[in-house]
Design a protein around this ligand. Structure first.
Ligand code: NAD
Ligand code: UDP
Length: 314
């Protein structure tokens, strides 16, 4: 049985990835420090003999129990803008020192490593949709830079380890992903809008709501992550993972209000600085290489997410 390490495994995406890997008969070590994740996300796995949880911080010296690992999914990092702006120093260190630590571990174990980067490396993009070849338009000195620049550093570090040490590594740039287990109060748009709608509180759009995002359901994303990891020929490659279905925040707010039969007002607040105006992945490279594309429509995915929030609020 092959051993897989998932850093950030108690988080939103990481916990779904652990479920998927356990279902495929891998032995899974989930490592997390619960900065933005939760024990609840992995509680159902704790009794599984193929699942081990290690409470640890990727920026700190690693436990000597991490042995014989064949694959590392490095997902540890706050991801929501509210979270990374609450923890800017932790975010910087996790994506820089933490990534170096994980690259070192991969080197020591001769393991394949997948680095979770982000569409934020494209910043406020001047090219639309964004292809992997686009270099981005990022403010290095602003409220989002702790995340954007440390993820860019993580990509550079991976490049160095690939070329200097022949490491077996790939990078994925994840676009907005949503679904069950996103923390109710994580501040991301889908969780905010649904939870406001379900409690008939005002749905708050930042700015004029014409900015766009493209939303990928978590099961599609997990399938993409595993395809990158377990497909031959992905070493040294960067892949966009996301769903190209693009919505303005105005349309998303109306859609969620309708789907929840909510009486919420839709109101506007000030747009935070450096908020990207548009975002949509070009996934043609990922489709071509991995025969992967999202299969869950935004309508279906939102419905599942709404059901989840209803179930935990009851
Ligand atoms: P999340 O906040 O739910 O999960 C991140 C997990 O990492 C949490 O459980 C947290 O406790 C853990 N963590 C943070 N710092 C750590 C540290 N120093 N040591 C150990 N564990 C640590 O976020 P998510 O949405 O599941 O994101 C997972 C990964 O995917 C992140 O790397 C994020 O940058 C990337 N990503 C996510 C999205 C998205 O839309 N969800 C988009 C782009 C990129
Ligand atoms: N947003 C919003 N209302 C909210 C939360 C977010 O209008 O309650 C907007 C935010 O300004 C951004 C978009 O929704 O334009 C997506 O925000 P999110 O925090 O989910 O992620 P981002 O893509 O900005 O990292």
């Amino acid at each position: 049985m092959q051993k897989v390490l998932v850093t950030g495994g108690a988080g939103f995406i990481g916990s779904h990835l652990c479920d998927f890997l356990i279902g495929k008969d891998y032995e899974v070590i989930c490592l997390d420090n619960f900065l933005t994740g939760s024990k609840k996300n992995i509680e159902h796995l704790l009794d599984n003999p193929n699942f081990e949880f290690v409470e640890s911080d990727v920026t700190k010296p690693l436990s000597s129990s991490l042995l014989d690992i064949s694959y590392i999914f490095h997902l540890a990092s706050p991801a929501s803008p509210v979270d990374y702006q609450n923890y800017p120093e932790e975010t910087l260190l996790t994506n820089s020192m933490g990534t170096i630590n994980m690259l070192e571990l991969a080197k020591k174990m001769s393991a394949k490593i997948l680095i979770a980067s982000t569409s934020e490396v494209y910043g406020d993009p001047l090219e639309h949709p964004q292809k992997e070849t686009y270099w981005g338009n990022v403010n290095t000195f602003g409220p989002r830079s702790c995340y954007d620049e440390s993820k860019r550093f993580a990509e550079s570090a991976t490049y160095v380890y690939l070329h200097k040490y022949n490491l077996d590594a790939s990078v994925v740039r994840i676009f907005n992903t949503y679904g069950p287990r996103m923390q109710v109060n994580d501040g991301r748009v889908v969780s905010n809008f649904i939870n406001a709608a379900l409690t008939n509180e005002p749905i708050t759009i930042y700015g004029d709501g014409t900015q766009t995002r493209s939303f990928c359901f978590v099961s599609d994303l997990v399938e993409g992550l595993t395809k990158v990891m377990f497909t031959e020929g992905t070493t040294g490659e960067v892949f966009n993972l996301g769903n190209p279905e693009e919505y303005s925040m105005n349309d998303l707010a109306k859609k969620i209000r309708e789907m929840t039969d909510s009486a919420s007002d839709i109101i506007n607040k000030e747009l935070p600085p450096d908020d990207p105006k548009q975002r949509r992945p070009d996934i043609s490279k990922t489709e071509r290489f991995l025969n992967w594309k999202p299969v869950v429509s935004v309508d279906k995915g939102l419905l599942k997410t709404i059901e989840y929030y209803k179930s935990i609020n009851n």
